[in-house]
Ligand binder design. Structure first.
Ligand code: NDP
Ligand code: 2IT
Length: 451
């Protein structure tokens, strides 16, 4: 335990503001795994916490590319290979102006445990760039991806490190990145997941994260003897890949989804979000959500992402279940208190670490069914794992097969998380269950593999 306490102590004095978000993620995991350390001395003896917090390597590189005006632009690229105790490094790439080393370290750290929970042989990694794809032409995106891969290809491989998508990286970007990797190496292998179906992608990979969130939530509500989602009002934040497919699956099972949001504002549509319209606006045209009102005048749009008191418009809407699916730290203590006061029974995280620590504390205190990201959104990387299997064996699975396997995987994760929480004295606390179960799997492999 001294070793664990030493590591926790250091986290209270982060030496760099950029790293604070990483420390936020680390603090939560280390606090959760204290009972594990008490029950088994090996984790302290092998200094697992100290070793787990340090990424295996941080790769940082320059990405110079030519824009449409023939001007040279320079961005920074990263790949953080965090831990490969369980399998090759695996995790997405994020292209967003906010990207820095601290954000990618938090995402890579979380990915280790999420991937461990899937039960697949996958290590944890994350990467990306401060490049902003918004407003760029297809050719600019292609030239940026080509330059990015010019450097990244040295560090990845289907048995080494397999990147995928995340914010700002979808099928188009994966296509360009994969194409450039193939050109440089002459190797047609499963070095990336999230590829379009017609050249090696898995059916349902685009849908997998959002569908998985709903499958996990259904399993959690059943385990906790709570009412299901059918006929219930649900709120969703975000309007990207994860949000859209969460909304799609919620609608398929008969829930009523009344909100979505983007970085500019929030839509509230009491009649239920028009999914076809949302897809047209965000997946095809990349428009502001405000345009939703042109077709649905009875809906409302709140342009401010946050009210002056720090509350978020999405979480002001009364609901049975809330699904934060946009980005990290998008749901604060005020939002959590409002959700609880309005009778919310369940919060399920589609985004990575969307709830701030004070929000999570309130959810747990009030016995809200709370599904933490590393368990609830593991469906995306699970189907990435299925894509790797299909590529390696030169097989194609049907959408029905992938869907059945995804449902099974999310139910298994839910079972493991809830039984682990119970075993370590925190029944119903899925944060503790997910952190302990994920940490234990990785830690046991690290001990067995030696230093
Ligand atoms: P997309 O790029 O498809 O969509 C992101 C959405 O979030 C957009 O609606 C975007 O708004 C909004 N958004 C992004 N940054 C901010 C911000 N700083 N403030 C407010 N809104 C913001 O990304 P994904 O849907 O793929 O990812 C969403 C979340 O899910 C992320 O946390 C990601 O890490 C996580 N995740 C993704 C997985 C995947 O398979 N893609 C798997 C597991 C987790 P706008 O349109 O205005 O930019
Ligand atoms: O956060 C995530 O799990 C992802 N962005 C998907 C990772 C993957 O390798 O599919």
């Amino acid at each position: 335990m001294t070793h664990l306490n030493d590591e926790i102590q250091k986290l209270n004095n982060p030496n760099c503001a950029e790293e604070e978000i990483f420390y936020q993620a680390v603090r939560e995991v280390l606090h959760s795994v204290a009972p594990l350390h008490l029950s088994d001395r090996r984790y302290s003896l092998h200094k697992i916490a100290k070793r787990m917090i340090a990424p295996d390597r941080v790769i940082k590189f320059k990405v110079a590319w030519m824009d449409d005006r023939n001007e040279i632009q320079v961005n920074t690229g990263y790949r953080i290979q965090f831990n490969n105790a369980l399998g090759p490094y695996k995790g997405g790439l994020r292209f967003h102006p906010s990207v820095n080393e601290g954000i990618l370290k938090f995402l890579g750290f979380e990915q280790i445990f999420k991937n461990a929970l899937t039960g697949l042989p996958l290590g944890g990694a994350k990467g990306g760039s401060d490049f902003d794809p918004k407003g760029k032409s297809d050719f600019e995106i292609m030239r940026f991806c080509n330059s990015f891969m010019q450097e990244l290809h040295k560090y990845i491989g289907s048995r080494i490190d397999i990147p995928a998508g995340d914010i700002g990286v979808g099928a188009r970007e994966i296509g360009y990145l994969f194409g450039q990797y193939k050109k440089i190496t002459s190797s047609y292998d499963g070095v990336m997941t999230g590829k379009p179906y017609f050249f090696g992608g898995s059916p349902l990979r685009p849908e997998a994260t959002g569908y998985g969130v709903v499958y996990f939530t259904q399993a959690m509500l059943k385990t906790e003897n709570k009412e299901g989602l059918k006929g219930k009002i649900c709120t969703v934040s975000g309007a990207g890949n994860v949000a859209i497919h969460t909304i799609e699956k919620l609608r398929q099972i008969g829930a009523i989804v009344v909100s979505c949001s983007d970085s500019g504002g929030t839509i509230y549509d009491a009649d239920g979000i028009d999914l076809k319209l949302l897809k047209k606006l965000k997946l095809i045209r990349c428009e502001s959500l405000e345009k939703y009102l042109n077709d649905r005048p009875n809906a409302s749009y709140t342009p401010l992402d946050r009210y002056p008191d720090g509350a978020h418009a999405v979480w002001n809407i009364p609901c049975y279940a809330a699904f934060p699916c946009a980005t990290e730290n998008e749901l604060n203590g005020t939002d959590a208190a409002t959700l609880i006061a309005n009778g919310c029974s369940c919060v399920s995280e589609g985004a990575n670490m969307p709830s701030m620590p004070e929000a999570i504390a309130l959810f747990l205190e009030h016995k809200i069914c709370f599904a933490p990201a590393k368990a609830a959104n593991a469906g995306g990387v699970t189907v990435s794992g299925f894509e790797m299997s299909q590529n390696a064996s030169m097989e194609r699975w049907s959408a029905e097969e992938v869907d059945a396997k995804l449902q099974n995987a999310m139910q298994n994760i839910c079972h493991m998380v809830s039984t682990t929480a119970k075993e370590y004295g925190s029944e119903g606390n899925y944060v503790a269950g997910a952190n302990i179960a994920g940490f234990k799997r990785v830690a046991d492999a690290m001990i067995a593999e030696g230093i």
